[in-house]
Ligand binder design. Sequence first.
Ligand SMILES: CSCCC(=O)C(=O)COP(=O)(O)O
Ligand SMILES: [Mg+2]
Length: 229
Amino acid sequence: MIRAIVTDIEGTTSDIRFVHQVLFPYARERLAGYLRRHDGERRLAPALTTLRREIKQPDADTETLIATLFGFMDEDRKSTALKTIQGMIWRDGYQQGDFLGHLYPDVAPQLADWQRQGLRLYVYSSGSVEAQQLLFGYSEAGDVRPLFSGYFDTRVGAKREAASYRAIARELRLPPGELLFLSDIVQELDAASLAGWRVCQLVRDEPDPQRRYPQVNRFDQIDLQEIAQ
Ligand SMILES: CSCCC(=O)C(=O)COP(=O)(O)O
Ligand SMILES: [Mg+2]
């Protein structure tokens, strides 16, 4: 029996194009100015310390960090520091009404239905917890944060590592066989499956010919009883 569902964001609850054509460019255009303006401030300091640790350059100056972050954005590296800083910049965008968090129309109604059935719902994304809460707080379906019991980001580990799913299961105090992970990326599903989780692949555009796991186009096609068998 499935007791909790953990969902990815990009390509699963939300259109990849929203992330790559709206969120990423928004942060990219503002990143250098943001770092120069807020360098030395308490709210930015932990992310910059994390970044200096990630690149093993404890004395790197602001311009070096900016160049590093541009390199990370070019390669879409799921760096905890980059994700934290992007989240801080996106906060301005959401609060100023520059954009709303994209949600496929099937997502909020199905999550609400699962919540009514007593399932616990969580998010696991490479985007920082702050960025996740912003997307769901300022979503096209309104503030849907009450649907979720918690959020996980790369601080628990990378999404393609089985250890991350083991850590989440420990934190949720549930056996892995009672947890369902929803994602569009097979390597993430492989990792969750290796950790003993149930998994389901969202194929929002083209079906994945690999068909290693149950595939659906929309959340309302997910059959929890079938997946739990
Ligand atoms: C919180 S929305 C931004 C998502 C993001 O920054 C990203 O890199 C996408 O990662 P995901 O793990 O959701 O594929
Ligand atoms: Mg995804």
